[in-house]
Write a protein that binds this ligand. Structure first.
Ligand SMILES: [Zn+2]
Ligand SMILES: [Zn+2]
Length: 262
């Protein structure tokens, strides 16, 4: 028996539509508020059931609220994703053809890099290679800003990676289209963009997965080839989404320190 959406479900959906993605604790707060305001049955551990009711109604629209883990901080997030189109064409209404081309080329750089980042310099150098229509560097900078604002890319200190929402929406597209270049995390087996790579056998691990895995090891060694793990082990004091968060600055340092190779 499928339950119908209440006003509480609709309010939750509207909030997700306007934010695109919300962190797990925020989703739980929102769940509670929506149920209280609209006098809908509430149980704190029933968020996934609550979302399933919304998803049943979204199905004919080829939309879905999906749960995923962020590569930035290892936390759970909920994002509203579009299942109708599995390609970048879903962005076509918001971006011009040459802007999409720049995004595609940026994705190539990020996915083919060893750590999941592309520098703004490398991205802006792509502008000269655009086939569809020329773009000035200044315009490209604005496109990058828009892509960050729309949560396709995320940026820290001049380095770009794919936004959590983008990965949640495009994981299958990336795995299909990049094949051997797109690799899965050796620990959690989902797509790994921001990651550490074994220089010997080439396996990858998410930063949060590497942090958790190596915490239990006396000496960091690759789980596949047993060679010494040549990266700084990420700190993972921020991975439990039930704990209060550190300051963003602290988290940023923890998740990016020693992980970028140039
Ligand atoms: Zn992982
Ligand atoms: Zn290895």
């Amino acid at each position: 028996m499928a339950s119908a959406m209440s006003d509480g479900h609709r309010r939750f959906l509207q909030a997700l539509m306007s934010h695109g993605i919300v962190e797990g604790s925020e989703a739980r707060r929102l769940h509670r508020r929506c149920c209280e305001v609209h006098k809908v049955y509430y149980a704190h551990d029933k968020l996934d059931d609550f979302i399933n009711i919304i998803n049943t109604c979204l199905q004919p629209l080829f939309m879905q609220i999906r749960k995923g883990i962020s590569e930035d901080d290892g936390r759970t997030y909920y994002a509203l994703v579009n299942l109708a189109e599995t390609e970048i064409t879903k962005m076509a209404s918001d971006y011009a053809e040459n802007e999409l081309e720049l995004f595609r080329k940026t994705m190539d750089l990020i996915i083919c890099s060893a750590n999941g980042f592309a520098s703004s310099t490398d991205i802006l150098n792509l502008v000269d290679e655009l086939q569809t229509k020329k773009m000035k560097k200044k315009e490209a900078e604005q496109v990058l800003k828009n892509l960050v604002q729309d949560k396709w890319l995320s940026e820290r200190e001049g380095e770009y990676t794919l936004h959590t929402r983008c990965i949640m929406e495009m994981e299958q597209y990336i795995l299909n289209n990049y094949q051997s270049m797109a690799r899965k995390c050796n620990i959690c087996h989902s797509l790994a963009i921001q990651s550490q790579e074994c220089e010997t056998c080439g396996i990858r691990m998410h930063l949060s997965c590497a942090g958790k895995y190596f915490k239990a090891q006396t000496e960091p060694r690759c789980p596949q080839c047993n060679d010494f793990w040549p990266h700084e082990i990420p700190e993972i004091n921020w991975t439990d989404s039930h704990l209060p968060s550190n300051s963003p600055g602290e988290r940023r340092r923890a998740s990016s320190s020693g992980t970028r190779r140039r």
